[in-house]
Design a protein. Structure first.
Length: 377
């Protein structure tokens, strides 16, 4: 991918202990006077980027309330919004180059199996097809909660991986019958469509504070081969964190992460050994761990950077729940040193449409992450 495309403008350099971070001028992906928020961004096998964004109010169970935009130059410019026929917060690229959008909404099938649709981006195309009832999830350790509104309460969420045994790995969170909080599980699949729950990463009995419990999450493979999972427990509280040394079959007892919080984390293990994590609420943040083991994080304030670069459209930090961003972010790796971070601006706060003459908007920032000083390689 050409990450030196003419037009990228570097706007700030942040010096951390052993790291130097160069941030670009923020680029607007899309705008709308209607709902447009909770963004994601993924790099496809042909080096295109696809951004997915919700077009519904929070809690709307419509399973087609999403839109998509494509970039062919590393996120510098974006095409017009296109319909996305499935709500998804988890993608997987198969060996044939097709990218699957795993379902957020599923229904019960039989006694305790789940079934749902799948979005498919065929390799090299810029459109999304919907395949009905293409994804199944079996082998649940407990009874899944039944609900009239959603059908069931487990959803795919987070980053997918390829395990050393060749299986695909993904995570789901939701409610078991009788549970008082969310539960987070891992699942494996031979083909991306047929999934079997393999382990509970953290359940409703998790001792970490947070009324919601283990839910939105992200997983990476560390340089030493272990898997590391970081997960939300509630708004405004620290993330939880756990590690696996056996390809996700068992996990260490969860602990609170040192510093980062609180919603929808996204994480990338970079070739340099640096681990990057994004999220927020309050604020918008990029955290970096130069040791790569997830235990020591340094923060870059993305909200402050946005406000300095786009003063006419600031993301204000206000009291209560009227945040001017959902703080839902996603990281995509462009190359060995460049990351793309996507986020939203919602000027009228949560669950309110923007005022007349103002738009909700989606933005990306390119972050160049380099080692510095004695740590430079």
């Amino acid at each position: 991918m050409n990450t030196t495309t003419p037009g990228w403008a570097n706007a700030a350099t942040v010096s951390l202990d052993g790291l130097q971070i160069t941030l670009s001028q923020p680029v607007c992906v899309a705008r709308s006077t209607n709902w447009l928020w909770f963004p994601e961004v993924y790099r496809l096998p042909n080096d295109d980027l696809v951004a997915l964004m919700s077009t519904a109010y929070d809690g709307d169970a419509t399973d087609t309330a999403m839109t998509a935009a494509w970039s062919t130059n590393g996120g510098l410019t974006w095409g017009e919004l296109q319909p996305c026929p499935i709500v998804s917060y988890c993608t997987l690229t198969r060996d044939n180059g097709d990218t699957l959008l795993l379902p957020f909404y599923m229904s019960l099938q039989g006694e305790n199996d789940l079934v749902g649709p799948c979005g498919v981006i065929s390799n090299g195309t810029r459109s999304i097809a919907r395949w009905e009832n293409a994804v199944t999830v079996t082998n649940w350790p407990r009874l899944v909660r039944r609900e009239a509104r959603y059908g069931c309460r487990f959803v795919f969420n987070g980053q997918t991986l390829r395990l050393t045994n060749g299986l695909y790995y993904a995570t789901l969170y939701g409610w078991f019958e009788g549970a008082g909080r969310y539960n987070l599980v891992s699942a494996t699949s031979p083909d991306g469509f047929h999934w079997s729950v393999q382990s509970v990463i953290a359940d409703d009995a998790c001792p970490l504070p947070g009324n919601e419990g283990p839910c939105e999450n992200t997983t990476v493979r560390l340089a030493d081969g272990r898997l590391m999972n970081v997960f939300r427990l509630d708004s405004l509280v620290l993330y939880g964190q756990s590690w696996s040394s056996d390809e996700g079959r068992t996990w260490t007892a969860p602990v609170n992460i040192s510093g980062p919080k609180s919603v929808e984390p996204s994480m990338i293990a970079m070739p340099s050994g640096v681990t990057a994590l994004s999220g927020g609420r309050p604020g918008l943040w990029l955290w970096l761990d130069r040791n790569g083991d997830g235990r020591s994080w340094q923060a870059v304030n993305i909200r402050t950077h946005h406000n300095q670069c786009v003063p006419d459209e600031p993301i204000s930090e206000v009291e209560g729940w009227n945040h001017q961003t959902t703080a839902y972010t996603e990281l995509a790796m462009l190359d060995a040193t460049n990351l793309l971070l996507i986020y939203d601006r919602i000027p009228n706060g949560h669950n309110q449409l923007p005022p007349a003459g103002v738009s909700n908007s989606i933005w990306v920032v390119r972050a160049t992450v380099e080692r510095s000083g004695a740590n430079k390689k």
